[in-house]
Design a binder for this molecule. Structure first.
Ligand SMILES: [Zn+2]
Ligand SMILES: [Zn+2]
Length: 352
């Protein structure tokens, strides 16, 4: 193998570029090196690019949603071997620390954490995968890389949002934000058998798409209905949604998620917020609601792969654009700027 590879490197707010960097190497015995064969640009990458995540140090290779082929394994890697095609969790987990033992994998204390954030990521030709025994999953025969591309991040995040929402059969679930993560929340919310999934977004094109493809049952556009909470209460006997899922990370959708939930219901927050939000506790306390938030644990990847394999979940509808790593800056512009109807920008291998 060559000594260097191409990778997208973060150099500070608004400064990213494709650079020649050293090839990743096995450091710990349970590391694997994976050749990235398909990856994506995620909304979090856009936050990083714009300087919204100052914890990310200049020099970091960005990207955390990918599948690939194992090209090297450390001596302690047991579950995979060289040549395996794998889907990889965006959150690495040791399985042994205080948090991993308690199932809060996203707070694993072994210092690896999330790709393209605290450790180098996947918008590159190769990536080092720490704790490969726990975060790497073989792609079953019969499935394409794109079929399982989102299990490591946005599909797991959508699942986490639905799971934390504690949806029950017959519920009304309102998802604020019809972007890729919002659509993954809608797709996985179906697993709990809600009576109705309501998509809320100001982008009418996305609402129409979600309803047409059965991802949501109905779309509500805040610019058309005026008050979203009232529109949802009108559909639910005056009560509000049993569960609201916020998948956007902005004040208007946050306020809608809080206002639209019924007394005794659950608000599940999975959007990435850059600013503090205010809760009107003086009127809210009496509603007996539950609010859940947090970073995805990504601990249901085997189940999600099985659901995809059996045709219970399909996320291929999210893929609107494909281009090699060479064109990734264009991808940041198009996906980041929500141009050209882009839902997901998929990165294919670098073309020499
Ligand atoms: Zn992401
Ligand atoms: Zn751990």
């Amino acid at each position: 193998m060559a000594d260097t590879m191409k990778a997208l490197v973060y150099r500070g707010p608004e400064k990213i570029g494709l650079e020649d960097v050293p090839m990743p190497k096995i450091i710990e015995p349970d590391d694997a090196i994976v050749k990235v064969t398909t990856s994506t640009i995620c909304g979090t990458d856009i936050h990083i690019w714009h300087g919204g995540m100052p914890e990310v140090e200049p020099g970091r290779i960005i990207g955390h949603e990918f599948v690939g082929e194992v090209v090297e394994v450390g001596p302690a890697v047991r579950n995979n071997k060289v040549g395996d095609k794998v889907a990889v969790s965006c959150v690495t987990q040791c399985g042994e620390c205080f948090y991993c033992v308690r199932g809060v994998y996203s707070h694993c204390t072994t210092g690896s954490w999330i790709f393209g954030y605290m450790i180098d990521g996947c918008q590159a030709e190769y990536v080092r995968v720490p704790h490969a025994n726990l975060g790497m999953f073989t792609i079953p025969d019969g499935l394409t890389e794109e079929d399982v591309l989102f299990v490591g991040d946005i599909l797991s995040t959508g699942y986490f949002g639905s799971e934390q929402g504690r949806i029950e059969p017959g519920d009304t679930v309102a998802v604020m934000g019809g972007g890729p993560v919002g659509m993954c929340a809608m797709t996985t919310a179906r697993l709990w058998g809600p009576a109705e999934i309501i998509a809320v977004d100001i982008n009418q094109e996305r609402l129409d798409f979600a309803v047409k493809n059965g991802i949501a049952d109905v779309g509500i556009n805040p610019q058309k209905v005026g008050n979203v909470g009232d529109a949802i209460r009108e559909r639910t006997g005056g009560r509000g949604a049993d569960v609201t899922i916020e998948a956007n990370g902005f004040k208007p959708t946050f306020d809608m998620a809080v206002d639209s939930v019924r007394p005794g219901g659950t608000i599940s927050l999975i959007g990435v917020f850059e600013k503090p939000q205010e809760l009107a506790m003086n009127t809210l306390w009496i509603k007996n609601i539950r609010i859940s938030m947090g970073l995805v644990n990504a601990n249901r990847i085997p189940e999600l792969i099985k659901l995809i394999q059996r045709g219970k979940i399909d996320t291929n509808y999210l893929i609107t654009h494909r281009a090699p790593l060479n064109d990734i800056l264009k991808g940041y512009d198009v996906f980041g700027g929500k141009k050209d109807g882009c839902l997901k920008w998929v990165v294919t291998p670098y073309v020499k």
